[in-house]
Design a protein around this ligand. Sequence first.
Ligand SMILES: Cc1ncc(COP(=O)(O)O)c(C=O)c1O
Length: 368
Amino acid sequence: MKATLAEAFNQTSYRLSGHTPRNLEVLKQALNQVDGERASDMYGKGEIIEDFQDKLADFLGKEAAVFFPSGTMAQQIALRIWADEKQVKRVAYHPLSHLEIHEEDGLKELHHLETILLADENRVIELEDVTGLDKEIACLLLELPQREIGGQLPSYETLEAISEYCRKQGIRLHLDGARLLEILPYYRKSAAEIGALFDSVYISMYKGLGGVAGAILAGEASFTEKSKVWKRRHGGDLISLYPYILSADYYFEKHKDKMDQYYQDAVQLAEQFNRCPYISTVPEIPVSNMFHVYLAKGKEAAESLLASIYEEGGIGLTSYVKEKNEQACYFEVSIGEGYHSIPKPEIKKTFELLGKKISDQEENEYCG
Ligand SMILES: Cc1ncc(COP(=O)(O)O)c(C=O)c1O
């Protein structure tokens, strides 16, 4: 019996995306050098959590920061605080934002907030979408990069213009910066420079940064103090969060200065994909460490093609493909340390296989 795509992927020696495999070694590595006598954090207090929060507040150019177990919790809370402040139970974001499609309507069910979906789902939010709003909103959330469309970004000038407009209109601007560090090389800005355009900022500790889990929510102290109350209400004030915090800190230090390399690798890799027949990337030229790879093939044909490449080439390009329509499917690539561990000749071999097998498949289909 032929292996499924996921099975074939699990057998590969190298993976294109991410850092090391997400196994327990991730935590073990991070705790290796830790002094076992150090006191744990307790319900959001203590040196371990407070020092890390201060460090990240500084990094993001904000007065204060709070460590959360998840971005899902942190962001729903941020929007709730801004809605309460303005006494307007309405916020706006992109139709494919994480809150809209991955959080089981938490914002609506838990906080009873109404949402306005801005922009067409295949592009990023532009200034005109914001100025064209015909209902009052408390907060606009921008996700940078917009993950579900391959990690696209608006221009920096657009960000500045949206920020200025929101300030004038009394609309709070929140940054879903789950992957904020990953876009700094493209914008050529610091996290604090981008943070200055927003009233509140969230970053993830486990995506490009590679920690176990966790999130930071930053803003003025009056905002973050309220977020701590909500964190407790949500049950997010775990007695000890140190396994997440210590690993977040460890991988923050390890990976934060490598984002430029990941970005350049993504640009180069997308170019190689785009040279293959029936393959294109979105965006064509990446603006961060991530992009989506589109195959002009049905899902089943794409899966069997990829599985056979893994078996011969040993590099796992993806463990899944998502169907776009009957003739097209796609998967996400996001570069981290894993890509660097792959010997270059192996990568070359995989792309040769990809080109050849796509052509063979086409010929077979054509010949019936
Ligand atoms: C853009 C974006 N925002 C928010 C989140 C939520 O993060 P968490 O998994 O920590 O809840 C994710 C997670 O994938 C994400 O991709």
